[in-house]
Structures are given as structure tokens and as C-alpha cells.
Design a protein around this ligand. Structure first.
Ligand SMILES: [Zn+2]
Length: 320
């Protein structure tokens, strides 16, 4: 903890709130919490008043081979947001790698792995929005959005090429999805075909790096696109559980008009029976953080997909 630490307090409102949860919510450390509150174990009582030491981001510029307490503070904040790093006060390649990941979320700032005023400001906006890396990226119900990000190094363990018609012929990594999602999509597409509807897949799995390129390009074309485009780590396509689909009736485009095509309407009705939801709905933009996308399917499994659809929920609302 540095001398700039503020000491707010929080009232524990839910029984069973653990120190780990408090730590992740407030970017503090278990040791810091225990020390400041004289705690002896990790389980908290209902209505317990806790003081939360929140370290502030260091000023100045730091890069590879710098060492010291400011680097340690920076590392401890990064760790509390879920980044995989040892808090040793040495600005090594791992620390630089995490800084690069963060910088990729904020084009057009320079992606150089050096922590300076611009990177500090960007990191502060993540902290202010309670951004956090997801702890269990392989979970079928993993929540990925603007504030719940995937680690850059996460690649789904069971990617397979989905055997459905795509809008292009050649192999591309975006023809992949996780195995269970791929099987369900194949069944969904063949059922569509039996109903004389011809769905076309456009884009499935997308790596962190690929999303970083797409995001940087979108921001370059138009900064206002940040509202519609996903920063790297915040795209569901990196989970391998999401896919964009279109149809000849919509000229194979990913656009709002897809919702009104026979394929778009059939999908909205039928996809849940195969474990898929239309993830981004009209009127839910402030909850999901993204505009409506009638073409974006997310696999969650049949039971959950049916509950979410019947009750008109978002995945965010369902998981709450
Ligand atoms: Zn999509």
C-alpha cells in the first residue's frame, strides 16, 4: 500500500461475502484487508463494517527493468483485477505483457508495454467501471462483456471446425467453435434447412489478437464506433461459444434488417431449443453494453437458453 491509499469502508450486506469477492470488487488485497480490519479468517459476518484500503495508480513512467514500490503497487492493482502476475516490484516481460493487453483496449494509444500517464488514465477508466478478468473462462455460462474481460492468452481448449455453410469457402480460424456449441449449431442449421430456410455462418471464434486488430481499425475509421465494437477481451467470439449468422435474404450482411427476414424470425424462435440465445436484444443496450445484434448467437445450453428467452432476460440478468 502506498501513502496515497484512501480508506473507504463497506458494509457487508450478504452473508457469506468472502474476502476474495471484496478484493475483486475493490481492487484491494487480502493482506491489506486483514491488516487494516484485524481479521483472523476469510469469512465475513453479516453487517460487518469493513475498511477497504484502495491503492492508487502510481504516477510517473515505468518500463522494462524498472523496479521498486511503485511497480509493486501497479502489479498489486493489476492482480486484484484478475491479471496473472507476480507482485515482485520488478517490471519484467510479464508486467509489460499485461500493460500491452490493456493498451490494446484503448486505441489509438501506443501499444508499447510502457506504463505512463496515458496508460494510467486508461487503466483508471477500467478501474472506475469495475472491470475484471473472468475467473473461469471455460465455463459454458461465462459472462463476457465490457466489464468482464477474457485474459489475452485464453484460447478455448476444444475448438473444432463447424460443419455448416459459411459465407466463404477457405479455411479460417473463425470457422471454429467449442465442440458442444459446434454440434448444437450443426443441428440448428440442418433443422433450418428442413424448413427451407438457408442460414449462413459468418464468423465464430476470434482470438484476442484478432479482436485487437478489428477494434483498432474500427476506432481508426470512426472513434464513435467504440460504442458498437468490442475491445479485445470483451468479445464473446473469444469464448468460442458465439457465432454471427446471416442469410441470402439479407445479402449475407450482419445488419438490423436480418431480424425481419424469415431466417431471422425463425432463429429468434427456434435457437433456444438448440441451446442458443440472441444475445443482444433491442432495449437491453444499457445492460449488455452493446447495440442490438439479431445476428449474434451465443451458446448457453438448452435449459438456460429457454429460460432466458421465455423470460425476456439478458445473460447478465439471468446470472444475477
Ligand atoms: Zn458477433
Amino acid at each position: 500500500m502506498n501513502s496515497n491509499s484512501q480508506v473507504p469502508s463497506v458494509n457487508i450486506s450478504q452473508q457469506g461475502d468472502s474476502l476474495d469477492e471484496i478484493v475483486s470488487k475493490f481492487a484491494t488485497s487480502v493482506d491489506g484487508l486483514k491488516t487494516i480490519n484485524n481479521l483472523t479468517n476469510d469469512i465475513l459476518d453479516l453487517d460487518q463494517l469493513l475498511q477497504i484500503p484502495i491503492p492508487t495508480l502510481p504516477d510517473g513512467a515505468y518500463s522494462k527493468s524498472n523496479t521498486g514500490p511503485a511497480v509493486k503497487t501497479l502489479q498489486s492493482i493489476l492482480v486484484s483485477y484478475g491479471f496473472n502476475l507476480s507482485v515482485d516490484g520488478i517490471y519484467g516481460s510479464k508486467t509489460a505483457g499485461v500493460i500491452i493487453q490493456l493498451q490494446q483496449k484503448f486505441p489509438p494509444i501506443k501499444v508499447d508495454g510502457i506504463y505512463g500517464p496515458q496508460t494510467k488514465a486508461s487503466l483508471q477508466t477500467l478501474i472506475d467501471t469495475h472491470f475484471h478478468l473472468v475467473a473461469h473462462p471455460t465455463d459454458k455460462l461465462v459472462l463476457v462483456n465490457r466489464v468482464n474481460g477474457l485474459p489475452a492468452e485464453y484460447v478455448p481448449p476444444d475448438l473444432v471446425v463447424v460443419t455448416v455453410p459459411f459465407t466463404f469457402q477457405e479455411y479460417d480460424p473463425k470457422k471454429q467453435m467449442r465442440k458442444e456449441a459446434a454440434l448444437a449449431l450443426e443441428q440448428l442449421f440442418s433443422t433450418a434447412k428442413q424448413n427451407n430456410l438457408s442460414l449462413m455462418a459468418v464468423s465464430g471464434y476470434r482470438s484476442y489478437e484478432r479482436q485487437a486488430q478489428i477494434y483498432a481499425r474500427n476506432i481508426q475509421i470512426s472513434p464513435t464506433k467504440a460504442q458498437f465494437s468490442a475491445p479485445p477481451g470483451s468479445s464473446e467470439h473469444q469464448t468460442g461459444l458465439a457465432i454471427d449468422v446471416s442469410s441470402a435474404s439479407n445479402n449475407y450482411q450482419l445488419s438490423q434488417s436480418f431480424a425481419a427476414t424469415p431466417e431471422g424470425q425463425w432463429l429468434a424462435q427456434t435457437a433456444p431449443a438448440f441451446g442458443y440465445i440472441i444475445r443482444y436484444q433491442v432495449g437491453k443496450e444499457t445492460i449488455t453494453g452493446y447495440q442490438a445484434e439479431p445476428w449474434h448467437l451465443r451458446y448457453v445450453g438448452i435449459g438456460v437458453a429457454q429460460i432466458i428467452t421465455q423470460q425476456g432476460l439478458t445473460l447478465e440478468e439471468y446470472l444475477q
